[in-house]
Structure formats: structure tokens, C-alpha cells
Ligand binder design. Structure first.
Ligand code: GDP
Ligand code: IMO
Ligand code: MG
Length: 444
């Protein structure tokens, strides 16, 4: 029995879904605990590409229980569409469970997200426009609609009669946009409720029972540590807690059941949307990292926007170790570095204002803004790693690169991914049953 959290240790899109898919094989339950349709998780199976937004990637395996947890925000229209796409491809939805207390992304949330972004001008976040911020804002202000409300016509009607006119004032007066009609929204969302009803239940109880039966539970993080509402590069963050702590509140489980936390990082770094990115490379290096034209090109899965690319940043890595209490790392996309003559790694920041040097950040706002990366340069290995299946198969320079990252972050690299396919994976040590590390020295 092992209960494991997989989290993004950078700005999202680290390759979490590939790692979750690898670990799902031995899991009984796969749980999404936060976020919504802003996520874009890619798994490639025998040459077939699956892109998940709301549904846990564990649905690729028959017989697994796949949970959309209470900490998620679920757009029912997107859910119904995504599920149809998956069942049309022959996937089995019999293990799918949706939390009755997850919040619902309503059409006015989508409209407000887009309008708010527009109105921010230079302060825009670069959201995915999937209504995430406005849905979580309503949850916090206790004006949200929950999945269970879609199943009760009277409750839904009552809430909409109260909420829609309020949202219409914002839409019409603040943004000069057309209002929503209560009747039309009611009919449409009641119908989604009917379509979703068979999946809706108390998912926290399902997980608790599974814990008691000593089953294996895998928590699939969306987004990444630096996009965490509390611990990320605020305000350029999402509106949930992707970091490991979010798995407990978002799934409705206690921290005592968690055995391992695995952080996923690319061998370099990307960011989509606005916000600071100290190691960003805008010229040829950025283009080469983006791998335009390849199936795994750095283009957003949800929005199709090009991702900003840059070098691996160990300051961010150490921060992710601290925030999540990472036991080990999975490093993905090592193969993307195969052709580079030189590879740089950021080992610290020099403050542009006062010249001081830091290896660890305490403030993602100020210290980040003024950070000038200090790089260590590695000679590239200039040979393909995509066929390597063990650490010793890797070119010596690639081994050194991975050892360096592990040393800087003071956590082992347990998994290395050298391509998008399932078998393009190197297991250096068992990420779940290997020796449990006690965190020492990190960020002290
Ligand atoms: P997630 O949101 O963290 O699950 O990651 P995304 O699916 O948004 O982006 C990761 C992309 O990289 C996808 O296109 C994957 O198929 C691809 N990918 C994952 N691991 C590797 C790898 O080791 N090498 C290459 N070339 N592509 C990979
Ligand atoms: P996965 O799960 C990368 C980014 C957006 C924007 C910020 C806020 O595939 O790693 P939001 O729509 O959440 O209000 O946008 O967060 N963002 C992601 N970036 N991967 C994601 O998900 C993301 N989900 C949101 O680009 O900068
Ligand atoms: Mg993604």
C-alpha cells in the first residue's frame, strides 16, 4: 500500500501526466484534487495521444477508480465533452467518480474571466480563460454552485435566481457585455446535472475506505508549485493550491495517509502566461527548447499558446522541494537537450539592485523581479538519449547533469523521461518504495 502525490515542481506542464500514467499502473484510485479545465495533461499510448483537462489520466487503465475531488472546479459542459471524447475512443467510465461538493464553473465565470483579463491591460495574468479564478472566487465568497446543486432542480433554480442577476450587473455595467438568462442557464445546467448524476458521490469517503482497505492511491496534481495561489509567483498564479498540501484539502483526506511526494520537473523550464521567469531564453536557445514542429513542441495543450522556454533553475527547484516536501524528482524531456552544444543551469540569483547573491528565495515577488540568474555551464552530450532505458545507458555528460540537479536540490532523481512514450522512461530508483529520505540542509 502506498499513497503518492505527483506535483509539478515548476510552472506547470512538467510532464506530470506521463509520470502519473507510469505510476497509475499500480494504483487503485487516481485523484485530481484541484484546478479545473485549465489543465492540459498529455499521455501517449502506443502512438495514440490523449489530452486530459478535467478527467484523471488513470481512466486509460480499465478498472481504476478515477476521482474528480472536492477541491476541483468543474465546468460541466467541458466535462461532458471530454468524457464523450474518451468513451468514443473506447475508454471505460465505470470507475469515474465526481465529488458532490466540487464547485461548478458556470458560463458567467467564463465570461468574467475573459473580460477581467481584457480589462487588466498591462496587469493581465494570461489565464487560460476557463473561468478558474471567478469560480474559486465565488467559492471563497460563498456564492458558488456545487455539483450536488445541479442534481436538485429547486436548489439550482433558487441559487440561479439569486446569482445570475448579480453577475449580470457585473457583466453589463462593468464590462458592457450581454446578460445571461436565468431560464436558459437553469435548463442547460439541470441537464448537465442529469448527465453527470451517475458519477456524483462523496469521493472523500471512497478514498477513506480505500485507505482502510490498504489500496494504492495516486494524487494527480495539475498546474505547478510556482502557480500555487499561496506559494507561487503571485499574482501570476492560478487560483488553487497545486502543491502537495492542496492534495489533502482538495481530496478531503488527512496528511497522515500520504507516503510519498514526487516532484516532476522538465530538464529545462517552461512557462505559459504572464509573470516572472528568471531563466527565460527569448532568442535561438528559446526556440530550440520549444521544439516547434515536434509532437511535444512547447505549445499549451489547453490554449495552443507557445510556451516561454528557459534553462533549469535550481533556486526554483529548491523552493519546490521546500513547499512540497519532495521525496524525489522525476525529470522529463531530457531528450530535448540532446542537440545542445552547451546547457546552462541556474544555481543562484544576483540581485540587480544591490548585487547580493541568493541560492534560496524567501519572496517570489520582490526577489524574483530583481533576479539575475547565475549560471553553471555544462557541455552538451550531443547524442540521442531517446533509446536509453537505464541510467548507465545515458551519455556521461547527461548523467553528470542529472547528478548535478539532484545534488543542488538535495533530493534524488528517481525517474528520467527521454521521450513522450510510455517505454521512454528510466527508473533510477523506486520512487515509491525506495528509502524514505529525511529532509536535511534544504533551505536552511
Ligand atoms: P503536464 O501538464 O504536466 O501533464 O504536461 P503536458 O502534457 O502539458 O506537457 C508535456 C508534453 O511533453 C506532452 O506533449 C508530453 O507528451 C511530452 N513529454 C512528456 N515527457 C516527455 C519526454 O521525456 N520527452 C519528450 N520529448 N516529450 C515528453
Ligand atoms: P497543467 O496541469 C501551465 C497558467 C496560465 C496562467 C495562470 C492562471 O497542464 O500543468 P488560470 O486559467 O489557471 O486562471 O491561469 O496559470 N496555467 C497553466 N500553465 N500548465 C497548466 O496546467 C496551467 N493551468 C493554468 O497560463 O499563467
Ligand atoms: Mg499541461
Amino acid at each position: 500500500m502506498a499513497n503518492v502525490i505527483v506535483v509539478g515542481a515548476q510552472f506547470g506542464d512538467e510532464g506530470k501526466a506521463k509520470v502519473t500514467d507510469l505510476l497509475s499502473r499500480n494504483a487503485d484510485i487516481v485523484v485530481r484534487y484541484q484546478g479545473g479545465a485549465n489543465a492540459g495533461h498529455t499521455v501517449v499510448v502506443d502512438g495514440d495521444t490523449f489530452k486530459f483537462h478535467l478527467i484523471p489520466s488513470g481512466i486509460l487503465y480499465k478498472g481504476k477508480t478515477c476521482v474528480l475531488g472536492p477541491g476541483m472546479v468543474i465546468d460541466p459542459k467541458a466535462f461532458v465533452k471530454e468524457l464523450k471524447g474518451l468513451t468514443d475512443r473506447g475508454l471505460d467510465d465505470s470507475g469515474l467518480k465526481v465529488s458532490n461538493t466540487a464547485h461548478v464553473t458556470m458560463p458567467y465565470h467564463l465570461a468574467i474571466d475573459a473580460a477581467d483579463e481584457e480589462s487588466r491591460g498591462d496587469h493581465k495574468i494570461g489565464t487560460t480563460k476557463r473561468g478558474i479564478g471567478p469560480t474559486y472566487a465565488d467559492k471563497c465568497s460563498r456564492s458558488g454552485i456545487r455539483i450536488e446543486d445541479l442534481l436538485d432542480a429547486k436548489v439550482l433554480r433558487g441559487k440561479l435566481e439569486w446569482l445570475v442577476p448579480k453577475k449580470n450587473i457585473i457583466l453589463e455595467r462593468l464590462y458592457n457585455l450581454p446578460p445571461f438568462d436565468v431560464d436558459a442557464v437553469y435548463e442547460e445546467y439541470l441537464d448537465y446535472g442529469k448527465q453527470m448524476a451517475k458519477y456524483v458521490c462523496d469521493t472523500s469517503a471512497i478514498i477513506f475506505n480505500a485507505v482502510q482497505e490498504r489500496k494504492n492511491i495516486l494524487f494527480e496534481g495539475a498546474q505547478g508549485t510556482l502557480l500555487d495561489l499561496d506559494h507561487g509567483s503571485y499574482p501570476y498564479v492560478t487560483s488553487s493550491n497545486p502543491s502537495a498540501g492542496g492534495a489533502c484539502t482538495g481530496a478531503g483526506i488527512g496528511p497522515t495517509i500520504i507516503d510519498r511526494v514526487i516532484g516532476v520537473s522538465k530538464a529545462f523550464m517552461t512557462r505559459v502566461g504572464e509573470g516572472p521567469f528568471p531563466t527565460e531564453q527569448e532568442g535561438k536557445i528559446g526556440e530550440d527548447l520549444r521544439q516547434v514542429g515536434k509532437a511535444w513542441a512547447e505549445v499549451g495543450v489547453t490554449t495552443g499558446r507557445p510556451r516561454r522556454c528557459g534553462w533549469f533553475d535550481t533556486v526554483i527547484g529548491r523552493y519546490a522541494v521546500r513547499i512540497n516536501g519532495l521525496d524525489c524528482l522525476a525529470i522529463t524531456k531530457l531528450d530535448v537537450l540532446d542537440e545542445f552544444d552547451e546547457i546552462q543551469v541556474c544555481v543562484g540569483y544576483r540581485n540587480k539592485q544591490n548585487g547580493s547573491i541568493i541560492k534560496n528565495i524567501s519572496s517570489l515577488a520582490g526577489e524574483f523581479r530583481d533576479a539575475e540568474p547565475i549560471y553553471e555551464t555544462f557541455k552538451g552530450w550531443k547524442e540521442s538519449t531517446s533509446q536509453c532505458r537505464s541510467f548507465k545507458d545515458l551519455p556521461k555528460q547527461a548523467q553528470r547533469y542529472l547528478d548535478f540537479i539532484a545534488g543542488e536540490l538535495e533530493v534524488p532523481v528517481a525517474i528520467v523521461s527521454v521521450g513522450p512514450m510510455r517505454d521512454q522512461t528510466i527508473i533510477i530508483e523506486d520512487p515509491i518504495h525506495g528509502p524514505k529520505r529525511v529532509l536535511t540542509h534544504v533551505n536552511n
